[in-house]
Design a binder for this molecule. Sequence first.
Ligand code: WTA
Length: 650
Amino acid sequence: MEPTVVDIKDEWKQGAGLDEAGYAAWYAQSLQDPDGFWGEQGKRIDWIKPYTRVKNTSFEPGNISIKWYEDGTLNVSANCIDRHLEKRGNQTAIIWEGDDPADSRAITYRELYEEVCRMANLLKERGVKRGDRVTLYMPMIPEAAFAMLACSRVGAIHSVVFGGFSPDALAGRLEGAASSVLITADEGLRGGRKIPLKKNADRAVEIAGKAGQAVDTVIVVRRTGGDINVVEGRDVWWHEARLTVAAECPPEEMSAEDPLFILYTSGSTGKPKGVLHTTGGYLVYVSLTHQYVFDYRDGEVYWCSADVGWVTGHSYIVYGPLANGGTTLMFEGVPNYPDTSRFWQVVDKHKVSIFYTAPTAIRALMGAGDEPVLKTSRKSLRVLGSVGEPINPEAWNWYYRVVGQERCPVVDTWWQTETGGILISPLVGATKLKPGSATLPFFGVVPQLVDNEGKVLEGAADGNLCLTDSWPSQMRTIFGDHDRFEQTYFSTYPGKYFTGDGCRRDEDGYYWITGRVDDVINVSGHRMGTAEVESSLVAHPLVSEAAVVGYPHDIKGQGIYCYVTLMEGVEPTDELRKELVQHVRNDIGAIASPDKIQFSPGLPKTRSGKIMRRILRKIAEDDFGALGDTSTLADPGVVDDLIGNRQNRK
Ligand code: WTA
């Protein structure tokens, strides 16, 4: 039998001294007196003009407004760099580990300062001003962090687009953010394969241009030296330009509520939303969580294996660790290149103390057996973290026992792009662990479970996860669409922020996230709106209708299952199936690749024409004994056909 509770071991005691009772006391205070609690915590960062007002937030329908430290001013890059220079100028800020194990680089805080200032000066030279949007489409190289910090230095708003997205997806985000400056690289490198970033960027700029969004500057970092097209006047080589600008750039004084970044994320309907985060509250919260969740200690090497294209990379590769004067590791490669020992080799090579990754990677590596882990030492490891999707107890236990040798606590951190930072998680040394549970809320976080009618559920219960009050790193709005912000997050259960997640609370008050309850699926920890895949499929000339659902997948957590109705007279062939998969990949990117396509002459619809997704989900899950009531269908006969032709799962 696996343990259901893992007690706190003596050697897990927090460096900062926080224990179980301390957590409880701080948590209680954070709810009783948010102004007092956050007023005090706000001092962990440097303010140019100190705040006098701490919390000013409202979840009231029609008046959703979230402000923290609103009259304070600061600069985020100065907090992540300048203030550390005196004490840590020669300390490594960023360790970069390349795709090729022979490639690595260490960047000190002093060097980080100079590179960020140079990039900031280059942005200014190209006309970038406070409030302008700068889009990044970057591989996992230090220049991605330089560019983010450079934006924050000049007060520009960065919008990082994951390097795996297609030219179309990038173009949509350039348009959405009305961004005329793009920072990219010649090519990316992952698992020994080249990714044509600049080529994709050129195409995206062309598409955006046709849609009315001109991009007049493309800064290109040379990564592989591969052949690219250079557009005179528009394209700027970073390695050349950096020699022509000063390595000093005074930071802009920004208000706590000025935007820091936009990050596009999928929702259950429509196009991806530009989630907007601001400077002050965000930085306070990500630095505080980075310290207490992981028990980050001075001088340690901390490694989060996410990509900077996702929120985890923003908050826990760049901003949190650097605000804390930490050493953060950036990894360009993948877990199974050159072989499945790579993660642990990197841990040994750089003496990593804290390692933070996603369940999908853990499951994939677990599948490769214990040997690739056991042949490495891992003795530097002290803490293991998980994020992105529910971690099944089996994977949790493997991570704990085999990777961490039962020496390292596993912190399962639940949060979202929208929340900016970790909201539900154990704190190393202060929380007893339960494999598969994200455990307890962080300071200031008030989870609530409600049923589908919005009735509040008390005690042990299973329901929809809401948050009843604000926390400092909460998203402030959807860029350019405050109504959609209110509609998306505050209208399902008025007066509360609805997360879109299902959740169980047990007798001990521990939270167990059960997954999305909306039409968002989580594929390898990446959020995907089923509506996005559907609209890509129906844009194919041979497709008449499509419905997309998730199904359980051993490695990815969820796979993408598509029901496709073809145009009258079109033959359903394997060729066409492949073509449709490729079509979606081209449209959105490889992360949206359909796993299963079932050609279905009809979809189950109500008499009013609404597709009954519940039925499609059950069939995709191979759970067609439990279809429930199908009598309201316009044509109940389609269900038999769907069951008969389902695509067997692998
Ligand atoms: C899911 C990633 C269970 C959840 C930081 C959430 C999790 C969505 C966990 C957000 C976890 C994230 N346990 N589920 N520890 N962490 N999720 O915006 O469904 O990419 O709503 O942010 O991932 O994904 P996002």
